[in-house]
Design a protein around this ligand. Structure first.
Ligand code: ADP
Length: 269
């Protein structure tokens, strides 16, 4: 308890759940997102009811256009919901202002998107340290966290570089480091391994598994069934709705060596 964070904020932020509290980390009720542009209406999310516990690792799959990215954007407050409710950490958040969302995200939500959103006039190191500083870490804590994350992702030597000097795969890893820098209760990741070769994919997945083991909840959109098999649960979207929601149960290692096989057990539908 010796951490003294600026503005009296504890750092890292408290994880989604307090002992004895079974409030879901995130819950939606009848969530709807409609885009209207140039007289065209697209119902991207059509009545989604989902619930995530603190620390859960959930993969979101589904065909292109099924609403996966839209769902992440709406859950993270980057786009307003058209109707329905979103509850984060027991607080109703769908009506929050832009500033309200920004404060909530700063403390509790990390994002990795396909566009990396790195600040081009800052070094890689500063890009990664900033979210931790904004969440209340001291400069020393932020630097330590940045060093650990960049080392785990194999890009420690890029700390002083400008993001624009990096390859797409390197920028993607910096974006992941940045999203994890404030140790968010919830990480929203859209195809975090999309541009990576197999070695870098392994590094990213190892880091996600570590974050999950540390108690961070992860919602990850992926097309890759091998990546999804790391999750506790797989939600399939189809046409803006939840088509199925299945928990992945590892089969215990038995005499016949099937330890790597996973079984899908239907929860719904
Ligand atoms: P996915 O991530 O599963 O590929 P998206 O969430 O990107 O699906 O898109 C769901 C639907 O919403 C698609 O029909 C897409 O064209 C539409 N859509 C997504 N973003 C916008 C937008 N900003 N404006 C209008 N339509 C959009």
């Amino acid at each position: 308890m010796s951490r003294s964070a600026p503005k009296g904020l504890p750092w890292p932020a408290q994880r989604g759940r307090l002992p004895g509290d079974d409030t879901p980390l995130l819950r939606t009720s009848k969530l709807v997102k409609v885009y209207r542009a140039d007289g065209v209406t697209v119902e991207a999310i059509r009545g989604v009811d989902i619930e995530f516990a603190a620390g859960e690792f959930v993969a979101i799959m589904g065909p292109s256009g099924s609403g996966k990215s839209t769902l992440l954007h709406v859950l993270g407050g980057l786009e307003p919901a058209t109707a329905g409710e979103i509850w984060l950490l027991g607080q109703r958040v769908d009506g929050l202002s832009t500033a309200g969302w920004a404060i909530l995200r700063r403390r509790h939500v990390g994002f990795v998107f396909q566009f990396f959103n790195l600040l081009s006039n800052m070094t890689v190191a500063d890009n990664v340290e900033l979210p931790a500083l904004l969440a209340g870490a001291t400069p020393r804590q932020a630097r330590k966290r940045r060093e650990e994350l960049l080392a785990e992702l194999g890009i420690a030597d890029k700390a002083g570089a400008a993001p624009t000097r990096l390859s797409g795969g390197e920028q993607q890893r910096v974006a992941l480091a940045r999203a994890l820098a404030n140790e968010p209760s919830l990480l929203l990741a859209d195809e975090p391994t999309g541009n990576l070769d197999s070695t870098n994919t392994r590094d990213v997945l190892r880091l996600l598994r570590r974050a999950h083991a540390d108690g961070q909840a992860i919602l990850m959109v992926t097309h890759d069934a091998r990546v999804a098999s790391l999750a506790d649960r797989v939600i399939n979207l189809f046409d803006g709705m939840v088509a199925d929601d299945a928990r992945i149960v590892p089969i215990p290692r038995g005499r016949n060596g099937v330890g790597d096989i996973v079984e899908l057990r239907e929860l719904r539908g």
